[in-house]
Design a protein around this ligand. Structure first.
Ligand SMILES: [Zn+2]
Length: 294
């Protein structure tokens, strides 16, 4: 794992429509110094409130991840966070002209392409790595995640399981590094279950969904585009489980610490993912405090 913190070498911009609200949003990425972290800045609001991308500012995880500081909120940050994790970017200012991150192509690839154009550079500061030394578990009903000790680096195992409905169980395992993440996971798009579509519409959400940025799994196992309902062409036969790992990677990045361990997840989604991120952030903070007081 890299030991130096990273940012981008020059500013970069992107824009697009948010997946949930369908509003068009512009984002400017700016380099940031070591130890400043990832921060969203709502430049469309008076006083330009800054919202740090870490577990202490999480406000909700209903179908997407929200951060909130005082009255300012940003939402739908998870695929951008996964892109930052994949590229190892620790410090970045993200100026956002609106409340929802653009959907891009429904994966992390769009953001990775934009950020790579801005050249990733090392900073004069070491990355903090938290070594999992004993199992850390979070459970909610049939969903669970266990973080286990691992000799080197970060390894993920994820099992997607809808109790035999929709699609067969899928398991995917990967060692985490930039190359493997970019090739195997970054382009896996978001998806929904057909049974949620009506619920979504009632909530007034999903206005930025297109036939290109997501797909739908139906109860009979058919996979279609979300609007035209034509058969969807998947980017990987198991794009679903790969996207679940992408979400998990983005959510764990809110712990603001590199992880050495083996993360074994079953059926987990944003709410359980961030519960693990919170636990990891708390334990690593305590450990650092103890080290400093020695
Ligand atoms: Zn996602």
């Amino acid at each position: 794992m890299d030991t130096l913190q990273k940012t981008i070498g020059k500013p970069a911009e992107c824009s697009g429509t948010g997946m949930f609200r369908g509003e068009s949003v512009r984002i400017a990425f700016k380099p940031a110094p070591a130890n400043s972290g990832i921060n969203f800045v709502r430049v469309d609001l008076p006083h330009r409130p800054k919202i740090p991308a870490n577990v202490h500012f999480l406000s909700s995880t209903v179908k997407r991840v929200f951060l909130k500081k005082e009255d300012a909120e940003v939402e739908g940050i998870e695929h951008l966070m996964a892109a930052l994790a994949g590229l190892g970017i620790d410090n970045l200012e993200i100026e956002i002209h609106g409340r929802e991150v653009p959907a891009g192509d429904g994966s992390a690839k769009y953001f990775m392409d934009v950020l790579r154009e801005a050249k990733i550079v090392n900073l004069d500061g070491k990355k903090q790595i938290f070594k999992i030394q004993e199992p850390i578990t979070v459970i909610n009903g049939k969903a669970s995640i266990v973080a286990l000790p691992h000799d080197e680096g970060l390894f993920f195992s994820y099992t997607l399981d809808f109790d035999g409905f929709f699609i067969e169980q899928q398991t995917y395992e990967m060692e985490f590094n930039e190359e493997i993440f970019s090739r195997e996971v970054a382009s896996a798009r978001t998806f929904g279950l057909s049974t949620y579509v009506e619920e979504f519409k009632k909530m007034g959400l999903g206005k930025g969904i297109t036939d290109e940025n997501s797909f739908i799994i139906h109860e009979d196992g058919k996979i279609t585009k979300p609007l035209s309902m034509n058969p969807a062409e998947l980017r990987f036969p198991n794009e679903h489980v790969r996207h679940k790992i992408l979400d998990l990677i983005g959510d764990l990045y809110l712990a603001n610490v590199g992880i050495q361990g083996h993360i074994v997840a079953k059926r987990s989604g944003h709410s359980l993912n961030v519960e693990l991120a919170r636990k990891i952030a708390n334990i690593s903070h305590l450990k650092r405090k103890m080290l400093n007081s020695d």
